[in-house]
Design a protein around this ligand. Structure first.
Ligand SMILES: Nc1ncnc2c1ncn2[C@@H]1O[C@H](COP(=O)(O)OP(=O)(O)OP(=O)(O)O)[C@@H](O)[C@H]1O
Length: 579
């Protein structure tokens, strides 16, 4: 690499010397009416062609090498970014600045790394070319050398300044460009296509996108105008300097102080040097700009995995304990999604004994899902304590905890991959175990429809890719429940598992769930209170607090909020049955 750069660097100055000799020898032949040795002209011509070919060969090899390097770096950069985003605390995803940073860290970084790696070598190449060309020029006339130095200085300074400006602009414009992209995704997305048509949102969204796009484009355009005006200024000054110099050199020629070959070589050198200076200037500005932007990538990769509040106890990591005696204990839990943000959970205390079936009920926004996410250790910046068999959750590493807990979230993931992968992701190391897979799908009530799909468990689900089969909302939910069963964990959490299920499937789910979860601790969030009557413990939540807890019978006797909610739902059924 270094060798090829050095050879590449020397080619222009050798070309100049050859040009001079070639032109002078042609001139000599003309002046002697063809009486001189012609072969020398062919010799120089061949040398010049050879140099040109060598130049192209090196350029081609460098381009291929760069493409290869870029692929490898692209892979490495993306691997590191997704390696980070997939393990980093969920709390980061609540923060829009995190997304801005993620976008800056991801976009075009592999290209930058390649440029940063190539940059110093390319710079060395340009500097050698520049120095040798100036050296050759000075041997023709000192003034030519001085002009070239002047030609170089200005663009270098201006381009470094432009690099800095571009970085500041990109940083400032990232939130805006993300918003522009967001509207585009809404307008192009499959998930939003139905509603956009239903509510006739096209014009409104296009208008919003247009406004943001225009304001973004305006910012970018004003930057381009400014930078191109600077560049135009530099080019103008360079052109004037070159013309003055050429005029001077012509004048020297008339005084017989320069040969025609030297004149040609100097003219060629000016053109050449403009290119070299521009390359040096661009290298400096891109090295500077890239170093600033790569800082974003480095900072991103250095994010700590958890956002730890100062009062969080530091301690050694502990393995997940066997759930035999104390179970799960929550003591005076308080939680906000954002620092100094609204308190979402407050004064939450309860205990779940091993093997108990727990139901969490309450109105929308009461904090049920948030409580479950805290129990899962997905958010750890809470106050108070959560312990598993007296072991503080904050001391149990996330991966260790997840090995023992299975969950179906309200907004469960729909992987547009095969049915096997959708279920097998519950415990990916058992992905190929057909017996386990079928057993889990039977428990989740998905086996009957999966076995009728075109390629059964190997059918691609969803419509994003060719050959995929779309499922109904309830079928997707059954797949998610099967995934949870496939995990075969000690603790199972279901967040509104029956939301998309038909009444038969719902009744079936509760029955199967009760049978299959014997000996396991289960926590189920539900708005359908008839599904909670057999729970060992019902937690009733309101505005982030637990306002009642006990069994169905105890809560009915209490005649409080739970009893009211239950009676209203029961009345609804009776009313419907009578009418
Ligand atoms: N990621 C989040 N960032 C900030 N606030 C959130 C986030 N998720 C939920 N909240 C807020 O926390 C509160 C409780 O939400 P949560 O989803 O826990 O309620 P829920 O009882 O499960 O409601 P539902 O019955 O509607 O599912 C709500 O006010 C909601 O706005």
């Amino acid at each position: 690499m270094l060798g090829s750069k050095l050879v590449h660097a020397l080619i222009p100055s050798v070309q100049l010397l050859i040009t001079k000799e070639l032109v002078d020898s042609i001139n000599h032949i003309f002046q002697n009416n063809g009486q001189s040795d012609v072969y020398i002209v062919y010799y120089y011509l061949a040398a010049q062609t050879g140099l040109l070919l060598l130049d192209k060969m090196i350029t081609t090899a460098e381009l291929i090498n760069n493409a290869k390097m870029q692929q490898q770096i692209n892979y490495e950069v993306e691997r590191r970014i997704v390696g980070k985003t997939s393990v980093i605390s969920l709390s980061y995803f609540e923060n829009s600045k995190f997304y801005d940073h993620l976008m800056r860290a991801s976009s075009g970084q592999s290209q930058r790394v390649v440029e940063m790696l190539n940059g110093p070598l390319s710079m060395l190449q340009y500097i050698i070319t520049f120095t040798t060309v100036v050296g050759v020029l000075t041997t023709f006339h000192w003034l030519a050398g001085v002009t070239v130095l002047l030609l170089a200085a200005l663009p270098l300074v201006i381009n470094a300044y432009i690099g800095k400006m571009r970085y500041s602009l990109l940083k400032e414009a990232t939130p805006l460009s993300r918003r522009v992209q967001y509207y585009l995704n809404l307008l192009k997305g499959r998930d939003t296509a139905k509603e956009i048509r239903l509510f006739q949102l096209q014009d409104h969204l296009i208008q919003c996108w247009k406004q943001l796009f225009e304001s973004y484009a305006k910012k970018m355009l004003s930057f381009e105008i400014k930078t191109n005006a600077y560049r135009f200024g530099i080019d103008g000054i360079s052109a004037i300097l070159i013309s003055l110099n050429l005029a001077f050199i012509i004048w020297m020629g008339t005084k017989q102080k320069l040969s025609i070959g030297e004149y040609m070589a100097i003219s060629q050198a000016f053109m050449m040097i403009q290119g070299v200076v521009l390359s040096i200037a661009l290298s400096i500005s891109s090295l500077y700009e890239n170093s600033l932007q790569l800082r974003d990538l480095i900072d991103f990769l250095e994010y700590p995995l958890e956002i730890k509040p100062e009062d969080e106890p530091q301690g050694t990591e502990v393995a997940f304990p066997a759930m035999s005696d104390k179970g799960i204990k929550v003591d005076n839990l308080q939680f906000s999604y954002e620092e100094n943000g609204p308190i979402i959970l407050d004064q939450i205390s309860f205990q779940i004994e091993p093997g108990q079936k727990v139901a969490i009920v309450g109105n929308n926004g009461a904090g049920k899902s948030t409580l479950v996410k805290c129990l899962l250790g997905l958010y750890r910046s809470y106050k108070g304590s959560i312990t598993y068999e007296d072991v503080d959750l904050k001391h149990i590493p996330a991966q260790e905890l997840m090995q023992h807990i299975s969950a179906v979230f309200q907004d469960f993931a729909k992987y547009e991959l095969t049915a096997r992968e959708n279920i097998g992701f519950g415990r990916v190391e058992h992905l190929e175990m057909d017996d386990k897979m079928i057993a889990a799908s039977m428990k989740g009530d998905s086996h009957s429809f999966i076995s009728k799909l075109p390629c059964a468990y190997d059918t691609n689900l969803g419509r994003s890719f060719y050959g995929g089969t779309e499922l109904s909302g309830g079928q997707w939910q059954k797949i998610a429940i099967s995934r949870a069963f496939f995990r075969d964990a000690d603790i199972i959490i279901l967040d509104e598992p029956a939301a998309s299920l038909d009444p038969m499937a719902e009744a079936n789910l509760y029955k199967t769930f009760a049978e299959l979860s014997v000996g396991k601790t289960t926590i189920m969030i539900s708005h359908r209170l008839n599904s909670c009557v057999n729970a060992d413990l019902i937690l009733v939540m309101k505005s982030g607090r637990i306002i009642e807890q006990g069994t169905h019978a105890e809560l009915m006797r209490l005649n409080g909020e739970y009893a009211d909610m239950f009676n209203i739902q029961a009345e609804g059924f009776q009313f419907a049955a009578v009418n």
